[in-house]
Design a protein around this ligand. Structure first.
Ligand SMILES: Nc1ncnc2c1ncn2[C@@H]1O[C@H](COP(=O)(O)OP(=O)(O)OP(=O)(O)O)[C@@H](O)[C@H]1O
Ligand SMILES: [Mg+2]
Length: 261
């Protein structure tokens, strides 16, 4: 169902962010994505993962460094241009959206693409995505009456409707049951492959990260400490250094799994 688009390269260079100059939250963080892939961002609570994603999405303004999409600095882009390129699913959503229903929330994702009114084609896109994400039966339900997992799937649907080049997903599976955790990750993997787009996913579940991410960055102490494929960097040594827990990587039915011991 997904339509192929032209890949846009993301590059984050020497990003510095703080609220108070005495307390750096991000200290010269760099990240680049030059092909369609899923990058997992992992690290302890408070290590700056959400701050990094919010800087990339222009919600927070970095104090130093720059964020480029292809050859354009996002600072010089209009909000609409950013929304056509970057789709953001936040970690916490305030349900103060005047209680629209689920259909209306997903339709909002079409906004960067409309000039005046939504069209029949927008309607078709929204229904296809809602079916794909198993939320079509909730179409007329009020947004503020959903369970946390339903809400998360609706927000991911809205991001898909945006048809962006890069998805920025802050813990998209945290409220999902095990079946939907896998389904959502598989959907993201399908979109990345078939639409030629990229995804940066903050994820606490190390096993899901290992299984679905093409590359992983491990953050701690304001910086990216390790970056590479899951096989390269999600080692028991690095996991212990970052999280202070012991783990083993074990092979089950031909796939590697991270088990905290
Ligand atoms: N509005 C704010 N004002 C001051 N400090 C803040 C603000 N928001 C976040 N911080 C601080 O910035 C640091 C990084 O927060 P951030 O939300 O990026 O962490 P995170 O890695 O996403 O953590 P989590 O895994 O808990 O979601 C934390 O120390 C946090 O207390
Ligand atoms: Mg966070």
């Amino acid at each position: 169902m997904w339509v192929m688009t032209e890949f846009e390269k993301l590059s984050v260079e020497d990003l510095v962010f703080y609220y108070e100059e005495s307390t750096y939250i991000l200290d010269k963080v760099g990240l680049s994505m030059d092909r369609p892939e899923i990058i997992g961002i992992i690290g302890p609570n408070g290590s700056g993962k959400t701050t990094l994603i919010k800087c990339i999405n222009n919600i927070l303004t970095p104090k130093q460094g720059k964020i480029m999409l292809n050859e354009s600095d996002i600072k010089s882009m209009s909000m609409n241009d950013v929304a056509k390129r970057l789709a953001y699913v936040p970690q916490n959503t305030e349900r103060d959206m005047n209680s629209p229903n689920v259909y209306e929330v997903v339709l909002m994702g079409r906004k960067p693409h409309t000039t005046w009114q939504y069209t029949e084609s927008d309607d078709r896109v929204v229904w296809t995505i809602m079916k794909e994400m198993s939320v079509a039966h909730l179409a007329s339900h009020r947004f503020d009456e959903l369970s946390s997992g339903q809400l998360q799937r609706v927000l991911i649907s809205r991001a898909i409707a945006q048809e962006a080049k890069i998805f920025l997903l802050d813990e998209p599976t945290s409220n999902l049951d095990v079946k939907y955790q896998i389904e959502v990750m598989e959907t993201i993997r399908d979109i990345v492959k078939q639409k030629n787009v990229g995804a940066c996913i903050i994820i606490h579940d190390l096993d899901l990260a290992y299984r679905f991410c093409d590359r992983v960055v491990m953050m701690n102490d304001k910086k990216i400490k390790f970056s590479g494929t899951p096989e390269e960097i999600m080692t028991p040594e690095n996991i212990e250094e970052i999280f202070g827990v012991k783990s083993v990587i074990c092979e089950i039915e031909g796939n590697n799994h991270v088990v905290i011991t």
